[in-house]
Design a protein around this ligand. Structure first.
Ligand code: IMP
Length: 200
């Protein structure tokens, strides 16, 4: 049986404003105060695991230990089939120290062009981990498949959103308003599993 969250405060263990905004939106209906890691000046631990779940656990445990309250973390990324799953867990690092996602998207596009592939399929993965200060943790994963477009389209969302067209949609995540993205996204899918297990 997964552990239920009975506390009314939760740290959102991320320093990525796009993720913090989306998680705050998703958590809003549950009368839980979502405190961003930046508000507590929590350090960002190194993400040293080869999997999304592994890195989500590192971040959730670090934030729960440092803050003394339960922490929800998100490790996520874009996996491109023709690039053997890259950028994958290194999705943030492809943007470099300046966090330039125009550049990261260009890198994906150039790698695809260089490979000569016609396969533009990709998926987003989101691993959520909730950890309590006593060391207990639960994890959840969501994904959404789609295809990549070039040039990028839309100024909404964050990260690789402007080049991702979810299956069955004609506008990119970068062109979707938050509610539209939440209806289908990898993050919303992982969050729904978290709600069912820990808040339901
Ligand atoms: P990390 O989980 O902190 O390693 O960073 C994941 C990176 O993947 C983010 O910085 C984004 O670039 C990308 N990413 C994760 N989720 C999304 C999303 O919903 N839209 C666009 N990019 C995303």
């Amino acid at each position: 049986m997964p552990r239920r969250l009975t506390e009314k405060r939760l740290v959102v263990a991320s320093h990525n404003p796009g993720k913090v905004r989306e998680i705050a939106d998703l958590i809003a209906p549950f009368a839980i105060e979502a405190v961003p890691a930046s508000a507590l000046s929590l350090a960002e631990p190194d993400e040293t695991e080869p999997t999304f779940i592994g890195n989500a656990l590192i971040k959730a445990h670090a934030a729960a230990q440092a803050s003394g309250i339960p922490a929800l973390s998100d490790d996520s990324g874009l996996c491109v089939d023709a690039l053997d799953g890259d950028p994958g867990v290194l999705s943030a690092r492809w943007a470099g120290p300046r966090k330039d996602f125009r550049e990261a998207m260009r890198k994906v596009h150039e790698r695809l062009q260089k490979s000569g592939t016609k396969d533009l399929t990709a998926h987003f993965v989101c691993a959520l981990a909730i950890a309590w200060p006593d060391g207990h943790a639960e994890t959840f994963e969501g994904r959404i498949t789609g295809t990549l477009v070039w040039p990028p389209r839309g100024m909404l969302g964050f990260g690789y959103d402007p080049m991702f067209l979810a299956q069955g949609h004609i506008i990119t995540f970068g062109e979707m308003h938050p509610a539209q993205k939440h209806a289908v996204s990898h993050r919303a899918r992982a969050f729904a599993k978290f709600v069912e297990a820990c808040l339901g």
